[in-house]
Design a binder for this molecule. Structure first.
Ligand SMILES: *[C@@H]1O[C@H](CO)[C@@H](O)[C@H](O)[C@H]1NC(C)=O
Ligand SMILES: *[C@@H]1O[C@H](CO)[C@@H](O)[C@H](O)[C@H]1NC(C)=O
Ligand SMILES: *[C@@H]1O[C@H](CO)[C@@H](O)[C@H](O)[C@H]1NC(C)=O
Ligand SMILES: *[C@@H]1O[C@H](CO)[C@@H](O)[C@H](O)[C@H]1NC(C)=O
Ligand SMILES: *[C@@H]1O[C@H](CO)[C@@H](O)[C@H](O)[C@H]1NC(C)=O
Length: 388
């Protein structure tokens, strides 16, 4: 009887400890593009990120990692900033691939090619004292005929091979290594390109690219939210899947544990040109796109006389327009609200793309990196509440 009670108490203590450990680890995963003038010391000293992923490293024609000089320099600068801070808490990683990058097909096609590719990854990790890597293959098997569907299987083999190698060298390095992968949030891409449950087995976490939901195309000539949290259309329509909430829940429903899902928040905005300045609601017709812009650009746009700011309180994101110019963007309030939703729904953390697109030029307000700071504050507030 007594032993039973002791066992019971131990189980409770174990569960409590598990709970605390899990809640402590609300990740803030930040992407950073190489830039020699970037104020990396600020990022570290303000504890904006738990993980910094330098993006992107390409694959050469031999199927090996091919870091260029600016990427190498950024790795060194980040490592120095982390060490200078006296805290080895921030994890440093690089991302391989990125939108439009090739090389994965051949590098993963056979066991032999994969092993050469993985070896080049391990060498780079050792040489630059990294804490892990991120695979950003956009996208295995995408838009390929049936003979190429094997790519999505090879993608899983790649993750498996890296995980196995990591398990071996972790002991030698005396630290655990992070393996993440950036994945799409659109239903058609997920269906064609991924085996979510298999991916979930091998990665430390996935970085869900829950943005680019509205991209202007000739067959899709509308303005819309880059990254709505909630849907504004009927639950049964395809448009209802163009949301952060839908994408995060879908990846979970396909077999990836919530603790391994880092939900994406963009810091960049999307610019469109309206066909008519009087038809300016989300869903209005656009004649074209003016590409992406930084939050600094957004704030300059917001300050222009005659810019009208709106907040879609169903989608929970802002937009603004001035004449025929229309911008979908994220601000401190919407990012904070998303971070809160992410934590309240039990996901493992937040991914932000990118540090470079946040405002570090003080054009928005007198705080550097306002969006990253808002997300950090929101997540840390949750960590402390649960710890008390
Ligand atoms: C290191 O970074 C933390 C935030 O993560 C900050 O509070 C601290 O002051 C920094 N320490 C030094 C020595 O820069
Ligand atoms: C290095 O690679 C990055 C990312 O692929 C690219 O943006 C940058 O222009 C490259 N730098 C040089 C010096 O080639
Ligand atoms: C293996 O990689 C090499 C170098 O990239 C490439 O030339 C070769 O075609 C690959 N093998 C297969 C079967 O794809
Ligand atoms: C499928 O794609 C491959 C490579 O792009 C091509 O060689 C092949 O002819 C295609 N097969 C069909 C049936 O279209
Ligand atoms: C979609 O479904 C949810 C819950 O099932 C409901 O709360 C929400 O109002 C619905 N949204 C729309 C636009 O119909």
């Amino acid at each position: 009887m007594v032993t039973g009670w002791i066992y019971f108490v131990q189980v409770i203590l174990f569960l409590v400890a598990e709970e605390i450990v899990q809640i402590m680890a609300i990740n803030r995963v930040c992407y950073l593009r190489p830039d020699p003038t970037f104020p990396i010391d600020h990022v570290i000293q303000q504890g904006l990120c738990t993980h910094i992923i330098i993006a992107f490293c390409i694959i050469d024609s031999n199927g090996e990692l091919s870091p260029n000089d600016s990427l190498k320099e950024m790795c060194i600068k980040c490592r120095q900033a982390i060490e200078k801070n006296g805290s080895f808490g921030t994890k440093l990683m690089i991302s391989i691939g990125g939108g439009g990058a090739g090389g994965f097909e051949l590098a993963t096609s056979t066991a032999e090619n994969r092993s050469r590719f993985v070896l080049s990854i391990l060498n780079f990790i050792r040489q630059y004292s990294l804490d892990g890597i991120d695979i950003d293959w956009e996208f295995p098997s995408w838009n390929k005929n049936l003979s190429r569907r094997v790519e999505r299987v090879n993608f899983v083999y790649l993750l498996k091979d890296i995980r196995e190698q990591f398990n071996q060298i972790e002991v030698m390095l005396g630290k655990s290594l992070v393996l993440s992968t950036a994945v799409a949030a659109q239903l058609t891409i997920i269906r064609m390109c991924y085996q979510p449950k298999e991916i979930g087995k091998y990665v430390t976490f996935i970085n869900l690219m829950s943005y680019d939901f509205y991209i202007h195309k000739w067959y899709w000539p509308f303005v819309g939210h880059n990254s709505a949290l909630h849907s504004t259309s009927s639950n049964l329509s395809l448009a209802s899947t163009f949301t952060t909430k839908w994408a995060a829940e879908y990846w979970h429903s396909q077999g990836v544990p919530k603790s391994k899902i880092m939900v994406g928040i963009p810091t960049y905005g999307k610019r469109f040109t309206l066909i008519s300045k009087d038809r300016n609601h989300p869903g209005a017709i656009a004649t074209g796109s003016n590409g992406d812009c930084t939050y600094t650009d957004v704030c300059i746009f917001l300050r222009k006389p005659e810019t009208i700011q709106k907040f879609d309180d169903k989608a929970m994101v802002p937009y603004a327009f001035n004449g025929n110019e229309w911008i979908s963007y994220e601000n401190e309030f919407s990012a904070r609200n998303k971070a809160q939703w992410i934590v309240n729904n039990g996901f493992g953390g937040v991914m932000l793309f990118s540090l470079n697109a946040d405002d570090y030029k003080l054009r928005c307000k007198d705080e550097i990196f306002p969006i990253h700071s808002a997300v950090r504050d929101e997540l840390i507030a949750h960590e402390t509440t649960f710890n008390v």
